[in-house]
Design a binder for this molecule. Structure first.
Ligand code: ZN
Length: 438
């Protein structure tokens, strides 16, 4: 099995050599765009990749394979646009920008040499190679490709690894959401990843962005103020993306780790794409809830889960989460819960549990019983371990805590020792009021 990963490295302000290379790459790109325009307006046939490669060989101060890679990228772009236009998308536009100043430079594996913490990127015979410093903790493996962009180096590293043994025959179901990014259970143990940290990041970004946008609207286009503000905006968004991706990596690692620990070879997650598409078409949900859902980058989390799972022998499966949070696991009475607590409305039953924990358990129950939630077959585990993201003050990177074990059964809810934590405090008050009624 192959493990291919792309590592992005911030290399700081571009050096002169880097700029020259990116300029040269742009020169080739502009030539290609102009050539394509010329052929297209005359209804000439677009030359093949091989012809182009032959034609442009040795005309640019780049490694021969870098030239080929850019031509291939351009041709792929043309092909994709052509297919789109054939399928009726008339908005699809062929590459048209022919005054580019910079373009990314690509190297194939053969032109890259790794020497300690430096990469030597060949620029063709007779020219000095580009040497870039890379972090010492860059993953080992075969470097398949390198891309040089503005302040950024993207390195594709591929490793041949043994196919992992399946983590086991058990199943784990995860209820994903906003307050709890994920609650996972295998029917015996539950673990939750608190999503408030992620939500606060999204909210903070939206707030700062709105403020910046307002200030931007008062400036004149092209002015110094305008330029400075736009720079701030770019920096803000870049920082936001870094933090979100970091948190999602931590969350995905934790989730896969849980599966391996519980000897589960399958991880079920809800098909979230379905839900958000529904909401948009039907104009359902409040603006607040929609912003919350659309800002929640679950698609990225699923991508991470998929590839991290593959490396650990865990298969990711998506299934509909319908009614899993609404059904009582004890008597299968159905009602829509409000708040974080599920309280069964059936008078004979009066089951109480944490909503997301109930959701995850029912979801798992469903997987074991052909898509039906079997009443009483599986009850939510009474203890949930909470992992919450905390920012590390020293370097500003967020990490997940090792987890706090919280007993959520009714008896322990009365125990004041857990009330120090804010997570199921709601449950404590609910439970107390329930007891006082008895
Ligand atoms: Zn019930």
């Amino acid at each position: 099995m192959k493990d291919v990963r792309v590592v992005k490295i911030n290399i700081g302000a571009p050096t002169r050599t880097q700029s020259e290379l990116r300029c040269e790459s742009a020169r080739l790109w502009n030539r290609l765009v102009k050539l394509h325009k010329y052929c297209r307006t005359r209804h000439w046939q677009w030359p093949s990749k091989g012809d182009l490669e032959k034609h442009f060989k040795g005309r640019f101060a780049l490694h021969s394979q870098s030239v080929q890679a850019l031509i291939q990228k351009f041709c792929a772009n043309i092909d994709a646009t052509r297919t789109k236009r054939k399928e009726g998308d008339k908005q699809a536009r062929y590459p048209w920008r022919d005054q580019k100043k910079f373009q990314i430079v690509m190297w194939k594996g053969g032109a890259v040499k790794r020497q300690g913490n430096r990469l030597r990127l060949s620029c063709g015979t007779g020219r000095k190679p580009l040497v870039v410093k890379v972090p010492t903790n860059l993953p080992l493996g075969k470097i398949a490709a390198v891309e040089l962009g503005f302040r950024e180096l993207r390195i594709t590293i591929s490793n041949e690894i043994d196919k992992p043994l399946s983590a086991g025959s058990n199943m784990v179901a995860a209820d994903v959401g906003v307050i709890h990014l994920a609650v996972m259970t295998d029917g015996v143990v539950s673990e939750a990843i608190v999503g408030r940290g992620l939500r606060s990041l999204v909210q903070g970004k939206n707030r700062s962005l709105a403020m910046l946008q307002e200030r931007l609207s008062k400036t004149q286009k092209g002015s110094r103020r305008n330029r400075k503000l736009r720079k701030t905006k770019t920096r803000l968004l870049a920082r936001f993306h870094q933090r979100v991706h970091n948190l999602l990596h931590h969350a995905a690692n934790k989730m896969i780790h849980f599966c391996v620990e519980r000897e589960a070879g399958t991880l079920f997650v809800g098909d979230i794409a379905e839900i958000s598409r529904h909401a948009r078409v039907k104009k359902k949900g409040s603006r607040r809830a929609n912003q919350m859902n659309s800002g929640n980058p679950l698609g990225i989390l699923y991508n991470y889960l998929e590839y991290k799972g593959k490396l650990n022998g865990v298969t990711l499966k998506k299934d509909s989460e319908a009614y899993t949070t609404q059904t009582c696991p004890l008597c299968s009475h159905r009602h829509k819960p409000s708040g974080r607590i599920y309280k069964c409305k059936n008078e004979q039953c009066s089951f109480v549990g944490i909503r997301d924990n109930v959701g995850a358990t029912n979801f798992l129950n469903k997987q074991y019983h052909d898509g039906r939630i079997m009443a009483g077959a599986m009850l939510p585990p009474s203890q949930v371990k909470y992992h919450r993201p905390v920012p590390m003050r020293r370097n500003g990177v967020d990490r997940l805590t090792g987890g706090t074990l919280l007993d959520t059964s009714l008896k322990s809810a009365l125990d004041t020792s857990v009330s120090g934590s804010n997570e199921p405090s709601v449950l404590v008050s609910v439970a107390c009021s329930r007891i006082s009624l008895l």
